[in-house]
Design a protein around this ligand. Structure first.
Ligand code: NAD
Length: 480
């Protein structure tokens, strides 16, 4: 069985404790690799390596830094199949998804930040006849980047790439339940010529190594993606230390279909938005609001299309819905399905585990599930389930649907479907959401600010927002 290692100072090293955690393949329920259970000793080594590498990396000319990052992106792409298979085995996601979305995007994250780095300008203000102010944007130093299990390499690199581009050294921690592609990334960085210590990857549990990173005084910025509760815990520790914090947290996103929308497009996208990656994307539209006039037709078609989604072995190219991440998460999703029934929901399809044959007979599969007749205010419609469970709700007016959409504690992403431009703009302005997609979903321009409001987080990633986060602005006032 493969024993993964930490990546510190450009080398692969065993954890100081020699302790390992079991890494389970969700599609089979079997342990298939061992993950370092890192602790504060490993962190000290990583901090030392990062501190040593920092002055030179920060002083490396932009073109050279950009060239190394672009090379990392190219090498990820060259090893697309290896990465995609590793991601699919680690997460239970369909391999086609890993091959077409997750891994290409991870490669693109590096190329994108390599590319925009040279256009990152700082402010300058003149006080006529008195002085010139120039704002320097200097690296923060060592950045801590902590990422979740649902889009492992995609989200890990979404943080690491801008942090490195801005001239920082990084201590990254992937989720302990999906460590494999982060481990492979270390090998790519070696090949790409990233200097030792610039990127260090520590594996292990959130409560040990994760919180040690957050609490370490030599790490002034923490970029975190994960659950809202964990985000609050991180803020509790980091805020009194005055660290920079970027928190990308949970969501419970509305998908709103007006009667004048392009019906087929809205329907197909609603299916994709509800069930991609088994509903385990923070952007998934799990609360689907449909204007009353088209409700019955939409419900019938949505249920029929849901029933056509093939649940199967994630490694088969025909599979549309793979395994959910863990036994614990499987049970959590099923408990929400029971809750929905108790809350008076009508189960329209799914609602049960799927037993596969052969290799995947002990895997954690759940049939895509659809409910209706639930109040927008019930727990099923207010809490993040993060699984293949969608609810359908009719609405009469724009005001009504906006009230429902905004009734949750979260505010990450919304999708609005209408051909009426005025309405699209009105609704977009009123939605409490960091991202609004009109007549689309998950259409990403990496230059745009990405993140949520309310309990979905603090700060924005993407484009120059990310480069701003990973730099310290210092104003230099030059008197004439
Ligand atoms: P999680 O909060 O349990 O863990 C995320 C990461 O934080 C893991 O690496 C974990 O080990 C680490 N961690 C856990 N406790 C920690 C602590 N006390 N200190 C430091 N690190 C700690 O989240 P998860 O279950 O891995 O991911 C699912 C959640 O992530 C969902 O709520 C989902 O909505 C959210 N998410 C948000 C976005 C976004 O961009 N807003 C994207 C993807 C996922």
């Amino acid at each position: 069985m493969e024993k993964l290692k930490n990546f510190i100072g450009g080398k692969f090293v065993a954890p100081h404790s020699r302790e390992y955690l079991e890494n389970i393949e969700p599609a089979t329920g079997k342990v298939y690799s061992l993950v370092p259970n890192s602790d504060a000793h490993d962190l000290e080594r990583a901090v030392e390596a990062a501190n040593k590498a920092l002055p030179q990396w920060a002083a490396t000319p932009l073109e050279q830094r950009a060239a190394i990052l672009a090379r990392i992106g190219d090498l990820i792409e060259q090893h697309l199949d290896t990465f995609a298979e590793a991601e699919s085995i680690d997460t239970g996601k369909p391999i086609t998804l890993a091959r077409t979305i997750d891994i290409p995007r991870a490669a693109r994250n590096f190329r994108f930040f390599a590319h925009i780095l040279e256009g990152f300008a700082s402010e300058s203000y003149e006080m006529p006849e008195t002085a010139l102010n120039v704002t320097l944007r200097q690296p923060v130093g060592i950045a801590g980047c902590i990422s979740p299990w649902n889009l492992p390499l995609y989200l890990f690199t979404w943080k690491i790439a801008p942090a490195l581009a801005a001239g920082n050294c990084v201590i990254g921690k992937p989720s302990e339940i999906t460590p494999m592609t982060a481990f492979l990334l270390g090998k790519i960085c070696q090949k790409a010529g990233l200097p030792p210590g610039v990127l260090n990857i520590l594996h292990g549990e959130g409560k040990t190594i994760g919180s040690a990173i957050v609490a370490h005084p030599a790490i002034p910025a923490i970029s975190f993606t994960g659950g809202t509760r964990t985000g609050a815990e991180i803020a509790r520790i980091a805020a009194p230390m005055f660290k920079k914090l970027s928190l990308e947290l949970g969501g419970k996103n509305p998908f709103i279909v007006f009667a004048d929308a392009d019906y087929e497009q809205a329907l197909q996208t609603a299916i994709r938005s509800a069930f991609s990656n088994q509903g385990q994307i923070c952007l998934c539209g799990s609360r689907i609001f449909i204007e009353r006039r088209i409700y019955n037709r939409f419900r019938k078609d949505f249920v029929e299309a849901t029933q056509k989604l093939t649940v199967g072995d994630p490694l088969k190219p025909t599979t549309k819905v793979g395994a959910v991440i863990s036994k614990q998460h499987f049970e959590k999703i099923l408990s929400y399905i029971e809750l929905a029934k108790i809350e008076g929901g009508r189960l329209l399809t799914g609602g049960h585990p799927v037993k596969l044959k052969g290799r995947c007979k002990n895997g954690w599969f759940i049939a895509p599930t659809v409910f209706d007749r639930l109040s927008p205010l019930c727990r099923t419609n207010q809490e993040e389930i993060f699984g293949p469970v969608a609810t359908l709700m009719p609405f009469e007016t724009e005001e009504e649907v906006l009230e429902y959409a905004n009734s949750v504690r979260y505010g990450l992403a919304a999708s609005v479907w209408t051909r009426d431009l005025q309405r699209a703009l009105r609704v977009s302005r009123t939605l409490q959401s960091g991202i609004v997609w009109v007549n689309c979903w998950m259409l990403r321009d990496l230059r745009t600010p990405f993140g949520g409001m309310k309990d979905s987080g603090v700060g924005r990633e993407g484009g120059y927002e990310a480069l701003r986060f990973f730099t310290e602005p210092k104003n230099v006032c030059l008197k004439y």
